[in-house]
Design a protein around this ligand. Structure first.
Ligand SMILES: NC(=O)c1ccc[n+]([C@@H]2O[C@H](COP(=O)([O-])OP(=O)(O)OC[C@H]3O[C@@H](n4cnc5c(N)ncnc54)[C@H](OP(=O)(O)O)[C@@H]3O)[C@@H](O)[C@H]2O)c1
Length: 252
């Protein structure tokens, strides 16, 4: 139960903020005055590049369901002092395992253990967090953004079968969540990045960029963060169940 009232500052829980798209997202929202609680496997960095304290970082392994549920309880506890409200949940953490030498893992050779591991992080953790924090999101009339991928809707030359199917499932889950959370006043949308300049990219991406992306360049993490900002804030107040493609036209 909420023990005091929110100070007016908006609060977000963002998974996978230590690098790439998540890193750009925490910077953008912090600059706009949000309190961003970040969650990832690594501990809070001492020389953190944005203004926050260790109380705003949660160390959690989203591949582990028990640890994910512990993180939900810990998030609820931290939100109590702010009236038990959560204005945004951004499910950004994701993994895309590769075979030896960076090889693509296809549907014939991906072990089921690896497949389950990918699904736990990319698919089950987002719904575990959203369900666990449903009351906090409802109180704030908040928004959820799931980070899917261009690989979820077409076979990708580098992203593997487990990753692609987990992102396709997350896109379908976004629709289901939009239908089920909508009546609670909580909007649920997805962003689907194409080739964004982060460490997840594989060698050979340059050729793909030249031949398949009409804009002939990679996207930047901040260009994705801007779209997340749109989907979380009032500018998108009637957008629910959408999947916004951020890929320079790669799928046209
Ligand atoms: N970059 C692209 O071109 C691209 C394209 C399409 C979709 N996406 C999606 O965008 C999202 C972010 O991608 P990115 O390129 O920024 O990824 P990234 O640079 O690889 O960062 C992934 C983040 O997830 C966290 N993470 C990984 N495994 C975790 C676990 N088991 N528990 C908790 N946190 C975990 C990592 O932090 P720790 O290491 O501290 O755990 C890190 O902060 C992902 O969902 C990805 O699938 C990216």
């Amino acid at each position: 139960m909420a023990s005091s009232t929110n100070t007016g500052r908006r609060i977000m829980l963002l998974t996978g903020a230590s690098r790439g798209i998540g890193h750009a997202t925490v910077k953008r929202f912090s600059a706009a005055g949000w309190r961003v609680i970040t969650a990832s496997r690594h501990p809070f960095p001492e020389n953190c590049p944005w203004e926050m304290g260790p109380e705003d970082h949660l160390q959690v392994d989203l591949a582990n369901p028990d640890d994910t549920l512990r993180a939900v309880e810990e998030t609820k506890r931290r939100l109590e002092a702010e009236g038990g409200v959560l204005h945004a949940l951004v499910n950004n953490a994701g993994i895309s395992p590769k075979g030896p030498g960076g090889r693509r893992l296809n549907a014939l050779e991906t072990s089921f253990e690896d497949w389950r591991h990918v699904f736990q992080v990319n698919f089950f953790a987002p719904i575990m967090l959203a369900r666990g924090l449903r009351d906090e999101l409802t109180r704030a009339r908040g928004a959820v953004v799931n980070v899917t991928s261009i690989a979820g809707s077409r076979v990708h030359p580098f992203a593997g079968a487990a990753y692609a199917t987990s992102k396709a499932a997350l896109a379908a889950l976004t629709r289901e969540m939009a239908a089920d959370f909508g009546p609670l006043g909580v909007r649920v949308n997805a962003i689907s990045p194409g080739e964004i300049d982060t460490s997840i990219l594989s060698p050979g991406t340059e050729k793909l960029v030249r031949e398949q992306i009409p804009m002939h360049r990679l996207g930047t993490p901040d260009e994705v963060a801007k779209a997340i900002y749109f989907l979380v804030t009032d500018a998108s107040s009637y957008v629910n169940g959408a999947e916004l493609h951020i890929n320079g036209g790669q799928h046209v």
